[in-house]
Ligand binder design. Structure first.
Ligand code: CA
Length: 232
């Protein structure tokens, strides 16, 4: 069982989310303002926060940034709720530290699927002797080797670093700007389109071993590596 904190000022939506989380076996607490949310997390560190964007006394973005900056709360899984479907806003949410976002109105099915994905991300990626393992993918950092179902695949240096980063954070949505930051480092002179080029190459290399579809395009935002190989 995990502890979920719902930060939402609209009682009907908060209660709806609470019902579904409780039904799935989570222990639920509620906060309706920025200050209530801060007090709640200071008191008990939850396993998951469902965080509304617009709140009395501030925004969910500020809260996400605040928690990401704290040593105790840095790894807190955050699912952002937003009434905005503007992709620049979604990117702002991810850049503030949300793991994922959901646009209102959403169905209970969508809500629970996103929550499961955010919680799965917490399940530790096996990191034994410098190896990352995600589903059928195995990446050996020291040997700079990648295997899919035990079969070696050859990747260029950029694709290797890209896959390494995606495998370190499976199920997490990465914006192109985040990938440029983390994979390319200083990206002042690199266009975001470059990310698409290398993702395409990585997918093409993984496609013959049936793992290309594990790298999902999140429309208008960026990319996500699924933890399991998607079914046909
Ligand atoms: Ca609100």
């Amino acid at each position: 069982m995990s502890r979920a904190l719902i930060v939402e000022d609209e009682p009907a939506i908060a209660e709806l989310i609470a019902i579904h989380l409780r039904h799935a076996g989570h222990e639920v607490s509620l906060a309706a303002t920025v200050s209530e949310a801060r007090v709640a997390v200071d008191a008990v560190l939850p396993d998951l926060v469902v965080l509304d964007w617009m709140l009395p006394g501030g925004t969910g973005l500020e809260l996400a940034r605040h928690w990401r900056a704290g040593a105790r709360t840095r790894e807190l899984p955050i699912l952002m709720l937003t009434a905005r479907s503007d992709e620049t806003d979604m990117i702002a949410g991810l850049d503030a530290g949300a793991d994922d976002y959901l646009v209102k109105p959403f169905s209970p099915g969508e809500l629970m699927a996103r929550i499961r994905a955010v919680l799965r991300r917490r399940a530790p990626t096996t990191l034994a002797e410098g190896q990352l393992v995600v589903g059928p993918l195995r990446l050996d950092l020291a040997a700079r080797r990648v295997e899919v179902d035990g079969r070696p695949v050859r990747l260029g240096p950029t694709e290797f670093r890209l896959l390494q980063h995606l495998m370190a954070y499976p199920e997490r949505v990465h914006s192109r700007a985040q990938l440029l930051d983390r994979v390319w480092g200083d990206h002042v002179f690199i266009e975001e389109r470059t990310v698409d080029v290398h993702v395409k190459r990585l997918r093409e290399t993984l496609a013959p071993v049936d793992a290309g579809r594990m790298i999902e395009t999140v429309r208008g935002v960026g990319y996500r590596l699924t933890r399991e190989r998607p079914a046909d």
